[in-house]
Design a protein. Structure first.
Length: 346
C-alpha cells in the first residue's frame, strides 16, 4: 500500500460520522490566492507554481472553513499558503537542518507579530513581508492575538526542536513527537482562525477549561496524525522521520504496514474522544453555547476537510515520486531575502 495515494479502510471509517462540506466561495478563494502569492513574490519559478497549484490550498481552505464568508475564506487561503510554504522550507530544505538559521527566521516572524504595525525591513524575505500583510488583515481582539502569538512561538520552538533532531540524526520518542507535532503542524494556529471567520471571541476561562482543551487537543491530533499517514511516502523519500508512523514503527519495531494500522487506530480513538469532550464541554459550559457550537463545528470541519483534501491533493504524491534529489520547488528567497527586497510586487 502507498500511504501517499490511499489510506487504510479503518481511516475512512474513522471519519464516516463527520459529513464533508465545501464553502460556496471556493472558486473565489482559488483565484484570490493565486493573485496574492504573485503580488507578494512568494512563488517565482514555474516548477514551484505548478506544484503549488496542484496542492490546491484554496479548496483545502473551503473544505475546512465551510461557513466563512468570501472575504474570510480568501484570508484563510492566504494563511494556508503562507503556512505550507514555510513548512516546505523547514521540512524539505536546508533551513530545517540548521537550528541557528531556523531560529533567526523565527525571530523575524515573531518581530512582525509583536510589532506596532511598522513594515518589515526592505530586505526582509518574502515569507516575512507577506506575514505582515496577513497580520494586518486579520481582525481580532487583543486576547485572541496574544493567544495566536503564543501558538506561533510554540511552533517556532518545536521547529527548532525538529531541526536539532535532524542535525543530530535523532529519532524522537512517541510522547515527545506527539506533543511537538501539534505545534510543528501549526494546527493550533489554524484552529485559532475559526474564531476570526466565525467572529467569535472565546473567553480565557472557557478556552482553558478541561473539556474544551481536551476536545481541541483531540481534534489537533486527528488532523496531524491523518496528515502523517498521507505524507509518509513523501517524507520517507526525502529522508524525513518526523512522522508518527515512522516514530511508532521505530519505537515498537513494527513493519510499516503495522505502524500505519496502529496510527489509524489512534486516529479513530481520538475522533471518538473529541465527541465525548465536545458533549462534556456543552454540558459544563451552558452559558457559552453560542460561542462553543460554531467552534466545535469548525473543529469537525477541520478533521473531515483535512482528510478529504489529503486524499485528493498532489502535494504529497508529487514529492514522493520526485525523491530526495528533486526539491526545485523550494525557493531560497522566501526565507533568505534578496538584494532588491522581496516584498510586494507591483
Amino acid at each position: 500500500m502507498s500511504a501517499a495515494t490511499e489510506a487504510p479502510e479503518g481511516l475512512h471509517r474513522a471519519f464516516r460520522d463527520l459529513p464533508p462540506q465545501l464553502n460556496p466561495h471556493a472558486d473565489a478563494a482559488v483565484s484570490h490566492l493565486r493573485a496574492w502569492t504573485e503580488r507578494h513574490g512568494l512563488i517565482g519559478t514555474t516548477t514551484a507554481r505548478e506544484r503549488f497549484d496542484r496542492a490546491d490550498f484554496g479548496t483545502f481552505a473551503a473544505a475546512t472553513y465551510p461557513t466563512a464568508d468570501e472575504r474570510g475564506l480568501c484570508l484563510i487561503a492566504d494563511w494556508f499558503a503562507w503556512l505550507f510554504l514555510l513548512d516546505d522550507q523547514l521540512d524539505d530544505g536546508a533551513l530545517g537542518k540548521d537550528p541557528h538559521r531556523t531560529g533567526e527566521l523565527m525571530t523575524q516572524i515573531f518581530d512582525v507579530l509583536a510589532g506596532d504595525g511598522n513594515a518589515p525591513p526592505a530586505r526582509a524575505p518574502s515569507i516575512v513581508t507577506s506575514l505582515a500583510d496577513l497580520w494586518h488583515r486579520t481582525e481580532a481582539s487583543p486576547r485572541w492575538r496574544a493567544r495566536f502569538v503564543e501558538h506561533v512561538i510554540a511552533g517556532g520552538l518545536a521547529a527548532r526542536w525538529e531541526a536539532d533532531n535532524r542535525a543530530r540524526g535523532a529519532i524522537p520518542d512517541v510522547p515527545s513527537y506527539v506533543e511537538n507535532r501539534r505545534h510543528t503542524g501549526a494546527i493550533y494556529v489554524c484552529m485559532d482562525l475559526i474564531e476570526v471567520v466565525e467572529r467569535i471571541d472565546l473567553p480565557a476561562d472557557v478556552y482553558d477549561s478541561e473539556p474544551f482543551a481536551r476536545a481541541l487537543r483531540a481534534a489537533c491530533d486527528v488532523v496531524c496524525w491523518t496528515n502523517d499517514v498521507y505524507s509518509l511516502d513523501k517524507e520517507t523519500a526525502l529522508g524525513e522521520y518526523h512522522n508518527l508512523v515512522t516514530v511508532v514503527q521505530h519505537a515498537h519495531a513494527l513493519t510499516t504496514a503495522q505502524a500505519i494500522d496502529r496510527v489509524t487506530g489512534l486516529i479513530t480513538d481520538e475522533v471518538e474522544s473529541f465527541g465525548r469532550w465536545e458533549a462534556e464541554a456543552l454540558r459544563c459550559l451552558p452559558g457559552h453555547t453560542d460561542l462553543l457550537e460554531p467552534y466545535f463545528a469548525g473543529m469537525r470541519s477541520w478533521m473531515r476537510g483535512n482528510f478529504d483534501w489529503s486524499a485528493r491533493t498532489r502535494r504529497y504524491r508529487d514529492a514522493a515520486d520526485a525523491g530526495p534529489e528533486t526539491v526545485d520547488y523550494l525557493e531560497l528567497a522566501l526565507v533568505d531575502g534578496s538584494p532588491g527586497g522581496s516584498g510586494e510586487r507591483p
